[in-house]
Design a protein around this ligand. Sequence first.
Ligand code: KIV
Ligand code: ZN
Length: 535
Amino acid sequence: MTASEQPHVRIFDTTLRDGEQAPGISLDAKEKLEIAEQLARLNADYIEAGFPITSQGEFEAVRGIAETVGTQVWGSATAPPVITSLARCHPDDVKRAADAMRSAQRSRIHVFLSTSDIHRHVLHHGASEDEIVAQAQEGIRQALEFTDDVEFSPQDATRTDKDFLKRIVEAAVEAGATTVNIPDTVGYAIPYDFGATIGDLVRRVGPEVAISVHCHNDLGLAVANSIEAVRQGARQIEVAVNGIGERAGNCSLEEVVMALATRNDLLGLGTQIDTVEIGRTSRLVSTLTGYNVQYNKAVVGKNAFAHESGIHQHGVLQDRLTYEIMDAASVGMVGSQIVLGKHSGRHAFSRQLEDMGYELGAEEIKRAFDRFKELSDKKVEVTDADLEAIVADEISAAADEAFELEDLEVTGGTAARPHAVVRIRRSADAVVFEESAGGDGMVDAACGAIRRAVGEDATHGAALRDARLADFKVAAVTGGIDALGDVTVQVDVAGQRYTGRGVSTDVVEASARAFLSALNRSVRLQRVQATTETP
Ligand code: KIV
Ligand code: ZN
């Protein structure tokens, strides 16, 4: 069978909805849009953009994605991706989801309801099976008033009584659901057993309805369960880039797609994913979420294509296939190329960004170019990885940042106690707060001074003054003594955790930028507080 004749497995990406539910990730509308655009270049069939009822900010983010991503044909695709929104089986939720996606050319409403005994008891006030069936059918019918593409998920399906699962799936189809998704909400499934359940459901619903799977990774089996499910006839897999999500995360997009591609000889199933975009998608999601990718992560880890032992190196030099089952270039994981230098002008710079797939506004290009010029004074070779880091930093630094770092000076070190002086500009009225602080180390001193400076702001100062650095990670963007330091922090502000990122050739400056970006994020997101619990 040729590749084009093979059954197509749809890739439903939920990085922006379920992935974003991982602790400490709080993407704003601009960051979500950037990721959605990259998912479109990757050629994901479905992009679950969010859960619009949860907050005004979430609604706006989904609306922006529907308007921009859902109205264009991207990369090698022939139609815009289908934009999807989550909704509970409730008229207000469903309407909000539909309103947010109004401008998308193709949209899907994904309604869900819990079906296991424990979930029905705890989350649905002990609702009976009959009540759950009625509510699910009602939700599906409401969604069908807005779109003919409706997906239904019985939450906690793998801990649901098997007879009731069959009943609710059939009821969903009867009500008009076009896709029925089987979520392994708590990562409880084991491949052979899950596969048998999926095979049975596939036969029951018939060829007109797609069975989908949504596997969490609590036992490290999300990819294995998803592969077994498609072997048994499921035709959609729900995934998140880098496997991010609640607890141990979701089925990882890159792993499941590459398993299907690499073992096509056994599975005979195709996806439409443009695998060359995988590396960049993974890096973008990692930098914007602040979730680093572990070195030995399959497909996208730094070491996924590195060979350390002499025998391995010898073998790969003779023939790559000796120890490699995938080509690094086919997943966009080739080493950074030298792209620009000190003398490159703005034109070459924006051309390079365009070639790398970024579509930035004039203001963002200007800011990124200024950062590039600063960097090229300090670093001889500016690589594509450096550019990606600068651009991601500028995307995170939204134009409406409450505070900007104007100057930072840190003195002292091993002999003398470090001391930092900082100047922070409040964007709204250009007032500059200058403050200083000592600290146990240079980063501690810089963060202390920033805390005091923003603490002078009458509206947000009280919360920001008590901000606490909960996590701090530093990585080098490329090799070499002049490498960019890439700092990711998690900061607690008023009981909520926020991620911040900063890059600079100076690690203390990168840390200060990261700390301030987390504080700015807290100010931004406080304006759009969540009003509903996420599933
Ligand atoms: O894990 C889960 O059950 C979900 C559903 C909303 C599909 O994310
Ligand atoms: Zn989930």
